[in-house]
Write a protein that binds this ligand. Structure first.
Ligand code: NAP
Ligand code: 8YV
Length: 315
């Protein structure tokens, strides 16, 4: 009996890996139609969905698949999957945690150092011949010895803190609950943390509970010499407030891998010399995307074989 899987929006490498392995496993892959749903003639047979973390797996899609057993998300962030509704239908939701911690933490460090030392602007300065014609560029800012704050200290947040520890003057963090074994200072209030640090790194899940968490008030507390780094989800930051703070000089700079309406980035951010921008690539290395694809497939294999999922999303 064929096992029919709906594949939605996977990054190219993951799609290639799944396609190659499907044949060996007796899986038949299907793609959604223009309406975003499974083709009607096979919807009744779909037992699994394999989806990027960047696509919505909502109640409408789930309810159109009466035989669905598992939604395997190719991401650690599953904020675009209606987990509550899936569970109400007895559908298991899985994700791909841990294998991407190092890459995302590396990107957070890269964005912090690149923003403070204005690396993209320096690169452009040399390429434009301005060094020869104008002499040395303006001075930038030392990264070592600064006070770094983290919004979020989970799997990736800890990896970021460990990378910052050798160069930071101090590390503090804000989470809803202190992390028992963390050697860094917990600050119960985000605005208070922002007021105490030079660089604030955002690494919390997306979704309703964190939407707009980095508000105009937080950005003002971070201040005109403050730098915001976001490798979480664009929606966690009030993007209009961020643009206004940068334009008015009330915020010193921003390093952003994620945006409110991807892949659309506001021109104000593109034009800002105090921003370093990346197209949601924190996990986008060959090695990590291979590991994520392997984990996505292992989760499919486990649930479709009647075994417990490898990485079910937490309750
Ligand atoms: P995790 O291990 O679940 O950690 C999440 C952290 O966020 C925890 O410390 C949690 O602490 C904190 N948190 C959650 N809600 C909060 C709130 N309202 N206020 C303050 N802190 C809050 O997750 P992870 O593996 O580190 O991944 C984090 C997120 O990074 C993912 O969900 C995803 O959105 C994003 N991500 C982005 C990329 C990229 O390509 N840019 C790649 C991977 C992941 P408490 O629960 O105690 O508050
Ligand atoms: C990518 C991510 O968006 O893991 C996440 O939460 O945001 C990134 O790894 C994901 O890989 C897209 O499928």
């Amino acid at each position: 009996m064929s096992i029919d899987i709906l594949v939605i929006g996977l990054p190219a490498l993951a799609d290639d890996i799944l396609t190659r392995q499907a044949t060996e496993r007796g899986w038949t892959l299907h793609r959604p139609g223009a309406d975003g749903l499974a083709p009607p003639e096979i919807a009744q047979r779909i037992v699994a969905v394999a989806a990027s973390g960047a696509v919505s797996v909502d109640a409408r899609l789930i309810d159109a698949l009466p035989a669905l057993k598992v939604i395997s998300v190719h991401a650690v962030g599953y904020d675009l999957t209606d987990v509550a509704h899936a569970r109400s239908r007895g559908v298991v939701v899985t994700h791909t945690p841990d294998v991407l911690n190092d890459d995302v933490a590396d990107m957070a460090l890269l964005l912090a150092l690149g923003t403070l030392r204005r690396l993209p602007a320096m690169d452009a300065y040399v390429r434009a011949g301005r060094w020869a014609s104008e002499g040395p560029p303006p001075l930038s800012r030392r990264a070592t010895g600064l006070k770094y704050g983290l919004l979020g200290l989970g799997r990736i947040g800890r990896a970021i803190a460990e990378r910052l520890a050798p160069l930071a003057g101090e590390i503090a963090y804000h989470t809803r609950r202190p992390v028992g074994d963390a050697p860094w200072r917990h600050v119960p209030d985000l605005v208070e943390l922002a007021g105490q640090v030079d660089v604030l790194v955002v690494i919390v899940p997306g979704g309703a509970s964190t939407r707009g968490l980095v508000s105009a008030e937080v950005l003002d507390a971070l201040g005109p010499n403050g730098v915001l780094i976001n490798v979480a989800r664009g929606e966690v930051v009030d993007q209009d407030a961020l643009i206004a703070a940068l334009a008015s000089g009330r915020l010193g700079g921003a390093g952003l891998d994620v945006f409110a309406d991807e892949p659309n980035v506001p021109q104000a951010l593109i034009d800002s010399e105090r921003c370093v921008l990346a197209p949601h690539v924190a996990s986008a290395t060959v090695q990590t995307r291979q590991a994520m694809a392997d984990l996505m497939i292992a989760n499919l294999e486990a649930v479709l074989s009647g075994r417990p999922a490898v990485n079910p999303v937490p309750d």
